[in-house]
Design a protein around this ligand. Structure first.
Ligand SMILES: [Zn+2]
Length: 732
């Protein structure tokens, strides 16, 4: 319980400074206060940590004149990206990292514009930040790693997966957007980092890479600095203090580097501090500036030019404290292990590419077009995203009778394929330091247009061979995906399933935000009249019983444009999809009763010679696995599809129990006649009908509720040739 909560503690969300109108950057402080009221023990934990830090701080302050040592600090930058603008360029990151470092050694040139009262107080933290040159596995690195993930969108702590040990590196993540609007970045105090080691560090919007000292500000929080007005996110509200003497009390300032902010005296007038002598000498009084230090990096003005001497003591106290293992960062052993002092190595590139929207004729609307028929006009688009060194040349190779089998384009290759199936894409990127090759065999699928069936197609997924023409695309190449499931199914030992249950969220991030598709083969439905259904069964579950946790959803979509455009036919979510309720562990169906039938009527406009369907699953927060089996195309809905091949007489009543009418389905006898009768428990006839048709033809009658107005139990009997079947019907 504690771990879950502590992620909110002391998080400082810093304001995206371009939107001046907003004065309330976020609700983090409210979260913090709410939690402290609800769980008072949290305050005690924090207090213990702060006590230790204050102890170090006190000793530092008194011996400050001799504290001139420089500490080296390894850092690592994680780019969490979806191949968009947030996929920052290497050189921009290297350049930004140099600029961040300047603020911690008082080398930022803009200290020159600090106003006179604060010139004597500009501090030098003597902390030398270095991009690491050795990763946690001992391999050479340039101190930048990339993670391809949906978690870059509306990001939170979940985006910080695959963090490097926080007592060896300060982790800094960049993302596309935050869930809470208005935030530019946030970081955690050492006290919180101690509880959530995987989330310790800085997370920022990509466009604050080197803007208004956002990253030095966040690193200030990592090193235990508060905002200059104190321990909350609400600038320009109330006079406050940050436990640092040489930053005068202030309300803080909303973004806006204007003279009234720079020379603001609010809260600071007459500010001084008396220091009581411990050696019997006279107490000393220090008359600090009577102006607020709005040029401080820990204010929101974005006239961010300086840390004070007192803040530097405080940061040095944090980095020499064992809280969150900060003091391990600067040990000679760690500096050697992380290669912090070594020059950036010259490493070969990392070959990388992504598949994008086609720009050719044929209008492909999906953002990630990975599925098109091999005859389609549209083309797949492959874009070079190789990184980690200045790439001098690339070499592409494509399989499947590619229109452009080989290319040396440094940017983008458009391609189409004359041989159906999974395409193998090979990209080699070369720099002065060597070459690197990536081979991807499951990135795009050129679908066959030969129909695999039409009406009465049936797929039982009995073994792995049955999914050969059911391509499953794992868009984010992670462990949350569609796959063949061996071991259980609706009528046999196999089915397909979406694996979303994962207890290792810290290592990989939450499944929510991902989505993946399974595609059917082509069906020939051309010219079919009357009802045509897609029928299948699903078995789903939630994870921990709260209705808010049943957020998994799935859509059945159809395409008659060779995969270029898809239309939703039906959607499933909530407890209807999680039909087996709460399963604490990794859900797998174990009985036929765990499956629920689904029928989706196919409108005539989608009955084509090449009709494709796909199931798109979107895992929710803390959802569970979802299984699909027994996929059919049928003229009958799923409940009675069995009648089609049935030899023995059968009477099917659905739904039952029912509150809103019910269906009665059966076959006529060899003489083409059948009669059914609904009686109440007293034997009184409530409804009766005789149906005449061809011998052994299927009847599916709907009896409306008005025909059976009273709730209760009824008996439905069917007389069909020589057989007589009676079943119970409950109306509620
Ligand atoms: Zn902040």
């Amino acid at each position: 319980m504690f771990n879950k909560l502590s992620m909110f503690l002391s998080a400082f969300i810093c304001f995206a400074g371009t939107v001046f109108a907003q004065s309330q950057p976020c609700s983090t402080d409210e979260h913090h206060q709410d939690l402290l009221v609800k769980y008072p023990e949290l305050a005690e934990f924090e207090q213990q940590f702060h006590q230790q830090l204050r102890g170090i701080l006190a000793s530092r302050t008194t011996s400050s004149t001799s504290d001139t040592e420089y500490y080296d600090v390894p850092i690592v930058v994680h780019v969490v990206h979806d191949y968009g603008v947030e996929n920052l360029k290497d050189d921009d990151i290297y350049e930004a990292a140099k600029n961040w470092a300047k603020a911690f050694v008082k080398e930022n040139a803009d200290t020159a514009v600090v106003i006179d009262p604060f010139k004597p107080y500009i501090g030098n933290a003597r902390l030398k930040l270095h991009l690491a040159t050795i990763d946690p596995n001992g391999n050479p690195t340039k101190g930048v790693v990339r993670h391809y993930s949906y978690l870059t969108h509306t990001a939170d702590d979940q985006a910080k997966y695959e963090s490097w040990p926080h007592n060896k590196y300060i982790n800094i993540w960049f993302v596309n957007s935050f869930g809470s609007s208005g935030a530019a970045a946030y970081a955690y105090y050492p006290s919180v980092g101690a509880f959530r080691p995987n989330y310790d560090g800085v997370i920022s919007l990509y466009n604050y890479l080197d803007r208004s000292k956002t990253i030095p500000h966040e690193l200030g929080h990592v090193l235990n600095l508060q905002h200059v007005w104190g321990n909350n996110n609400n600038a320009a509200v109330a006079c406050g203090d940050d436990e640092v003497d040489d930053t005068p009390p202030t309300k803080g300032h909303s973004p806006g580097c204007i003279p009234t902010a720079i020379y603001d005296v609010t809260c600071a007038t007459g500010y001084s501090k008396t220091y009581v002598s411990s050696s019997g000498l006279a107490d000393s009084l220090v008359d600090y500036p009577d102006t607020t230090n709005s040029q401080n990096i820990m204010d929101y003005t974005y006239c961010s030019n300086m840390f004070t001497i007192g803040q530097c003591y405080r940061m040095r106290a944090a980095i020499t404290s064992s809280v969150a293992g900060r003091n391990n960062l600067i040990t000679p052993a760690n500096i050697a292990a992380t290669g912090a002092l070594a020059p950036m190595p010259d490493l070969p590139p990392v070959a990388d590419f992504y598949v994008g929207r086609s720009t050719a004729a044929g209008i492909v609307t999906d953002a990630k077009t990975r599925f098109l028929t091999f005859t389609h006009d549209g083309k797949f688009t492959f874009s070079n995203a190789s990184w980690n060194d200045t790439v001098s040349s690339v070499h592409w190779e494509f399989s499947n009778g590619a229109q452009t089998p080989v290319s040396s384009s440094m940017t983008t290759v458009e391609n189409k394929f004359s041989v159906p199936g999974w395409v193998t894409v090979t990209l080699t990127a070369t720099s002065n330091a060597g070459s690197n090759t990536i081979v991807n065999t499951s990135t795009v699928y050129a679908a066959d247009t030969t129909p695999r069936g039409g009406l009465d197609y049936s797929q039982q997924f009995a073994n792995a061979g049955h999914i050969l023409d059911w391509p499953m695309i794992n868009y984010y190449e992670n462990q949350f995906k569609w796959e063949f499931h061996n071991g259980s199914g609706k009528g046999d030992n196999g089915c397909i399933g979406y694996h979303s249950y994962d207890a290792t969220g810290v290592a990989y991030g939450e499944a929510s935000g991902d989505y993946d598709d399974v595609f059917t083969p082509a069906f020939n439905l051309e010219g079919l009249s009357g009802d045509v259904y897609v029928n299948f069964y699903t078995a789903g579950a939630s994870r921990n019983g709260r209705s808010s946790d049943t957020r998994d959803s799935m859509e059945l979509q159809v395409s008659t444009s060779g995969g270029a455009r898809w239309v939703k036919l039906e959607g499933y979510n909530g407890i209807a999809l999680a039909n087996n309720g709460n399963r604490f562990g990794n859900f797998e169906p174990s009985s036929t009763t765990e499956w629920v039938g689904r029928s989706v009527s196919i409108p005539e406009i989608y009955r084509n010679r090449e009709t494709f369907f796909r199931l798109r699953f979107r895992p929710g927060v803390r959802g569970n696995n979802l299984y699909v089996d027994d996929f059919r195309i049928s003229a009958l809905p799923v409940n009675i599809q069995g009648l089609a091949g049935d030899k023995k007489p059968e009477l099917i009543i659905y739904p039952n129990p029912s509150s809103n009418g019910t269906n009665i389905a059966f076959k006529t006898g060899n003489d083409g006649i059948a009669t059914y009768t609904i009686r109440d428990v007293a034997g009184k006839v409530i409804y009766s009908a005789t149906r005449t048709g061809l011998p052994n033809s299927i009847v599916n009658d709907f009896i409306s509720r008005s025909e059976i107005p009273l709730s209760g139990m009824y008996f439905v009997s069917l007389v069909n040739g020589s057989s007589n079947i009676t079943k119970k019907l409950t109306i509620y």
